[in-house]
Design a binder for this molecule. Structure first.
Ligand code: NAD
Length: 518
């Protein structure tokens, strides 16, 4: 399929507008900057997207507020039906959308399609959830009183996403936010504007056909001032932010100052521990997928490998042989396993991390070179390193795997936890006690802890997110929906007396008079 055919299928053009609520309110400003979408496999431009002006931003938020006032009164299962229809449209477009993800951010096509599948899974989950927004009932301590809690929508939810999951992360947030009665304002990464425009087109069509236009809004911009404005905007009660620790920390501070809610999904520095009883075939496949998949540009990518010292000489030849099989190239070619990094800055960071680690005494065991061809290709790289080195403590968003050894599991868990981030972790073992120790309160300190599964590739059914500098947010499955709603505790007195809580008497008569206890 040519790029022209792909664009036609997805309603894209060489030049387009990047901000809208529904197709009826496309913003048409050409004065707020142009974002060039770039193909990282060639370094060449794919298309131009006009950014959003401050004025258009205000119109969008006002539209979303107005739409939310009626959307919140639509019964949740009916809201779920709208998301079901979006899920159906995504199924129909899975192949082409997967290709667009591959084209714009350089994921191999299988991973691009997998990302769209994740959106479909999220839509299915949200449909079910729309009938399961349960509140608890409590037994009141007062006669003829009933207590329960109910959940209401927040309003307009702001969603800011990173480049590396240009469509799925939006779906994690948007589908749950929508079935819980919110409208959504999405600010995608300026490194992946076409993916966002294509998704907005698809949603506009379905929402209009379903009779609910304008539930999802898009603001495309590369102006930090406008992103800052969105974060500080009192009209957005929740900002869900996915990205780096540096930006996320700032977002958390700004939203905290206005006492809004933030949901932070930030960087990881994920480790796989391989013990002396591990199935090395399983471990090798998981390490390669975790460290090389998406060219190391997943928040859950495997960045550290902590190997029991007796296993080192058995595991490394397997791993090096597996790395030698990795084909690098155009992510749309079927045999290719690793595409490019996102841009020249990412290549510079890869280079700089390798310079730093080798200066610190690191030994490159595999790879280490930038490929001399158009686009932003590097070799998947393995470096023997020490956990405490500053560069190892950081997340470098590239396919660099730091390898280190340990003697006892306690030591391995301590190393695994001794980084500022706390997203994903894994232990390969066939030893029951070690597995349980790793999963216990004294084990991994991460939001995700796996046994005999690598660090990357989470299912949507669980709540996704991490601790420490990863930000503490949870998205997608389980009860993550609660972050998109406000809890209301309700007590109903169906009797003829007014007893006070805690048995308080007020004004002389026991439990008899008007009053409140709080
Ligand atoms: P980034 O922090 O550079 O950008 C993320 C988003 O923030 C982009 O949309 C960007 O335009 C926006 N932004 C930039 N400055 C801003 C500001 N001052 N105010 C508000 N928004 C601003 O991250 P990136 O390079 O796009 O993505 C890679 C990072 O994202 C990695 O650290 C990765 O680990 C992390 N990530 C985390 C998760 C997770 O779920 N934990 C998932 C994907 C990516």
């Amino acid at each position: 399929m040519t790029t022209e055919e792909l664009f036609t299928r997805l309603g894209l053009a060489d030049e387009q507008f990047g901000s809208r609520c529904s197709s009826a309110t496309w913003e048409r400003t050409t004065q707020a900057g142009v974002i060039e979408s770039q193909n990282p496999s060639t370094g060449l431009a794919l298309a131009r997207v006009h950014g959003c002006s401050d004025k258009d931003y205000d119109v969008l938020v006002t539209d979303l507020q107005r739409t939310q006032r009626s959307w919140r009164t639509v019964p949740a299962p009916k809201r779920g039906e709208v998301i079901r229809r979006i899920g159906q449209a995504l199924r129909e477009q899975k192949e082409v959308l997967g290709r667009l993800v591959a084209l714009e951010v350089g994921k191999i096509h299988a991973e691009g399609a997998g990302e769209v599948q994740e959106m479909i899974d999220m839509a299915d989950f949200a449909v079910g959830l729309s009938r399961m927004l349960y509140g608890k009932t409590m037994h009141s301590e007062r006669v003829q009183h009933r207590m329960y809690e109910q959940w209401h929508p927040l309003g307009v939810v702001g969603v800011i996403t990173a480049f590396n999951f240009p469509v799925a992360v939006w779906a994690w947030n948007a589908f749950i936010a929508a079935v819980t009665g919110n409208t959504v304002l999405w600010k995608p990464s300026p490194k992946a504007p076409l993916c966002a425009v294509a998704i907005q087109h698809l949603c506009n069509r379905v929402l209009e056909e379903a009779g609910y236009p304008g539930v999802f809004g898009l603001v495309t911009t590369d102006r930090v001032e406008l992103a800052e404005r969105m974060v500080a905007d009192q009209r957005l009660p929740l900002i869900s932010f996915t990205g780096s620790v540096a930006v996320g920390r700032h977002v958390g501070e700004v939203v905290g100052r206005r006492l809004g809610r933030s949901l932070l999904e930030l960087s990881g520095n994920n480790a796989i521990i391989v013990d002396e009883t591990a199935d090395l075939e399983l471990a090798t496949s998981a390490i390669v997928f975790g460290a090389v998949g998406t060219a190391g540009q997943r928040c859950t990518s495997t960045r550290r490998l902590i190997v029991q010292e007796a296993q080192f000489d058995k595991l490394m030849p397997r791993l090096l042989a597996a790395y030698a099989q990795v084909t690098i190239g155009d992510p749309l070619e079927p045999h290719v396993l690793m595409g490019p990094l996102i841009d020249a800055a990412a290549v510079a960071q890869y280079r700089s991390a390798l310079d730093t680690v080798t200066r610190a005494g690191g030994e490159v065991l595999y790879g280490g070179r930038v490929l001399s061809r158009p686009g932003f290709f590097v070799e998947p790289t393995i470096v023997r390193a020490q956990n405490h080195w500053e560069i190892v403590q950081q997340e470098t968003f590239a396919p660099i795997l730091y390898v280190m050894t340990y003697r006892t599991l306690d030591e391995a868990i301590e190393m695994q936890n001794a980084v500022p981030q706390g997203l994903s972790s894994a232990l390969f073992t066939t030893h029951l006690r070690r597995s349980e120790a790793f999963l216990s309160a004294a084990g991994s300190d991460c939001g995700i802890a796996n046994i005999n599964i690598g660090t990357s590739g989470a299912e949507i059914g669980g709540a996704f997110g991490g601790e420490k500098n990863t930000g503490g947010g949870r998205e997608a499955g389980s009860d993550a929906w609660k972050a998109y709603m406000r809890r209301q505790t309700t007590t109903i007195n169906w009797g003829t007396e007014l007893p006070l809580a805690q048995g308080i008497t007020f004004g002389g008569a026991e439990g008899g008079h008007h009053g409140a206890s709080c």
